[in-house]
Design a protein around this ligand. Structure first.
Ligand code: FAD
Length: 536
């Protein structure tokens, strides 16, 4: 790609800049280019894929059914791609996104290894001035942050972190080459969804594995399998049906909640349903369960105890089983990790679980890690410590809107948006990430299409800028908080509410309404000429 800003020092003038080349950014680039805009996509990594580019740790894979996660906008793409596994692994997911980017010739408009450090709005010119770490600059009318919800990795600021003499990795910055764990002493910090995928695989390779756990999670069996030729044919023949089913379900998955109240159903019948759900793959035991397990304490506890008993039945040492059985938060209040032989890993002689509530980590040492109790020696330390979720990728950039207002400051008490898509005082800045509680791609596609249509509308009507009103923003933030308060999704200390990051404001980061209700709001706002937004 011709690159006018590199050597000559000239600044490239564009209609739109998309930051991020994951699922959302790739589709956003495609749609805006199709709409006739001059677009560039800027990506920190050296390839496309976002989440599926960065997270190369052993065991990384979908928790969504593969056939529901792929794009739906192109029937040709659906027919050309063959999913190998029902819950496809990272290497294949990365290949899929490369296949998509190549099919639509997107890479020529992506600048890789381009970390955006700042974007400043020039009010007079109605242009965003975008600065890349390597010194390049671009000017654009529309700026789209497709920076993801889980892309800003978080490493706790442990004392002595740089002193460790062995190898250390954060799961979301995993090297491209295979790490050989044979004969090694390995420590894993964290037991969230990522660690739950990684631990059973690494446990089989290492000499010894120590897992440092702060909060046990309610993990449920994934039950992955290879896609047979027959299933492949069925996907391809029924993609429209699968899509419709996902569209109409509350969270974008091909199953719906059971509308009965859990405790109205006789105990035997209820347990039979739990067992039936448990035997099925994927998130069905969460999102196909009784609806009120997400809103009613007693209903939730009934299923939570069922899950604890499943854990107890799989972990041989009762003390370890109790350490792994969550008791401090409701089922579903944190992201439910899906697992394959996770609990069995703790039955191995070479695996030790350490509760860091009882013996907190004091520091990282040259040899390993010191808790209040003792020093553990390692050859490899794995940080499965998660992300500064949802707002983090945006607030880590220096984004400044009207009057030099900094996004980071504006959002100090939590994100302030309308529909998760725009924030007042930052004209023509769109956020193309899915913050609805929804299977990712199915809602991300709608968000990208909304942004594309909105820009088309502005251009057709000769408007040059759009931003939400402060009143509409206040109303949306209140509504998001209200929806959050009605479910357990926001009731635990988790990344859903920013509580995994010390000092981050406790705020509802996800829109906890149903996905159809969210999409209806998107459609309604557009149909009403972008009600709640000021167009000039
Ligand atoms: C391990 C893991 C498993 C997951 N599994 C599922 C699943 O099964 N189902 C599901 O629905 N969701 C899942 N998710 C959520 C997942 O993040 C989304 O499904 C989806 O991949 C997000 O796509 P995105 O394009 O919005 O963001 P991302 O894929 O995160 O892409 C954002 C891109 O923006 C780039 N970027 C960020 N900041 C900058 C900057 N300043 N300058 C330049 N580039 C920047 C990043 O490098 C990244 O490549 C998972 C997340 C993780 C971490």
């Amino acid at each position: 790609m011709a690159n006018p800003t590199t050597n000559s020092g000239t600044v490239e003038e564009l209609d739109a800049v998309v930051v991020g080349a994951g699922v959302s950014g790739l589709y956003q680039l495609y749609r805006l280019r199709e709409a006739g805009l001059k677009v560039r996509c800027l990506e920190d990594g050296s390839g496309v894929g976002g989440t599926w580019y960065w997270n190369r740790y052993p065991g990384c894979r979908f928790d969504s059914e593969s056939e529901t996660y792929g794009y739906t906008f192109s029937k040709e793409l659906q027919q050309e791609w063959n999913w190998k596994e029902h819950y496809s692994g990272q290497p294949e997911n990365e290949q899929y996104l490369n296949f998509m980017a190549d099919k639509f010739g997107l890479k020529r408009d992506i600048r890789f290894n381009s970390h955006v450090t700042s974007a400043v709005y020039d009010e007079k010119a109605n242009r965003w001035d975008v600065q890349i770490e390597n010194g390049q600059r671009l000017r654009t009318q529309f700026l789209i942050g497709a920076v993801g919800i889980l892309s800003a990795r978080y490493v706790p600021p442990f004392e002595g972190i740089d002193s460790f003499k062995g190898q250390s990795f954060h799961t979301s910055r995993w090297p491209k080459e295979k790490i050989d764990f044979t004969g090694k002493r390995v420590g894993v910090i964290g037991t969230g969804a990522t660690a739950v995928q990684l631990i059973p695989i690494v446990a089989k390779e290492v000499a010894h594995l120590t897992v440092f756990q702060r909060t046990p999670n309610y993990c449920a069996p994934l039950r992955n399998a290879l896609v047979s030729d027959e299933s492949q044919r069925r996907f391809k023949a029924t993609y429209d049906e699968i899509y419709q089913k996902c569209l109409s379900s509350p969270a974008g998955f091909p199953y719906d909640f059971d509308r009965r109240k859990a405790l109205d159903v006789p105990r035997e019948e209820r347990l039979a349903l739990y067992e039936e759900l448990w035997a099925q793959p994927g998130f069905k035991k969460w999102l196909g369960n009784f609806r009120d397990i997400m809103t009613d304490r007693a209903a939730n506890e009934d299923f939570a105890e069922f899950v604890r008993n499943k854990i107890r039945a799989r972990v041989k040492d009762p003390k370890v089983a109790e350490m792994l059985a969550p008791k401090d938060h409701p089922f579903g209040a944190k992201r439910i990790p899906l697992e394959t032989e996770y609990y069995e890993a703790y039955n191995r002689d070479n695996v030790l679980l350490v509760d860091i509530n009882k013996t907190p980590i004091e520091r990282i040492t040259p040899k390993g890690l010191k808790t209040s109790d003792k020093e553990y020696e390692f050859d490899v330390l794995i940080y499965a410590t998660g992300f500064d979720a949802i707002s983090g990728p945006l607030t880590r950039m220096d984004i400044r809107g009207q009057g030099g207002q900094q996004l980071r400051e504006k959002w100090a008490k939590g994100p302030r948006t309308v529909l998760g898509l725009q924030t007042a005082g930052f004209p023509n800045f769109f956020i193309a990430t899915n913050t609805a509680f929804c299977n990712y791609t199915i809602c991300a596609e709608k968000i990208v299409e909304w942004i594309t249509d909105c820009i088309g509308y502005l251009r057709n009507k000769n408007y040059s800028r759009i931003a939400p009103t402060v009143q509409a923003e206040d109303a949306w933030v209140a509504h998001v908080n209200e929806m959050g308060s009605q479910t357990f999704l926001t009731s635990a200390k988790s990344w859903f509410v920013g509580d995994n990051i010390p000092g981050k404001a406790h705020a509802v980061l996800l829109y906890a309404n149903t996905a159809p209700a969210y999409r209806a709001k998107l459609a309604e706002t557009a149909a009403k000429g972008y009600e709640g937004f000021e167009l000039r």
